[in-house]
Ligand binder design. Structure first.
Ligand SMILES: [Zn+2]
Length: 80
């Protein structure tokens, strides 16, 4: 018998294949240079930092799913 939810505890993995990039700028989370831009706010942010940020804040599966959706870029023509 398996769990009903698709969300598994542990590491969050974001799909940033469609995330925007820009010039090197300090990551808002760790302060080190980053070219990735947060899909949620457009600020410089590492994918790994965003994943860690979600992992810390997601206290339950529902919150986790919402944060992952919030931080996942919408692909061109793609509909999540
Ligand atoms: Zn970072």
């Amino acid at each position: 018998m398996s769990h009903a939810t698709s969300a598994t505890p542990g590491r969050v993995v974001l799909d940033w294949r469609h995330a925007a990039i820009g010039p090197l700028a300090p990551c808002v989370l760790c302060g080190k240079p980053a070219i990735c831009r947060s899909p949620a706010k457009g600020v410089p942010c590492h994918k790994g930092c965003a994943e860690a940020w979600i992992t810390v804040r997601a206290r339950d599966a529902k919150t986790r799913a919402r944060l992952i959706a919030y931080c996942t870029p919408k692909g061109p023509g793609g509909a999540p």
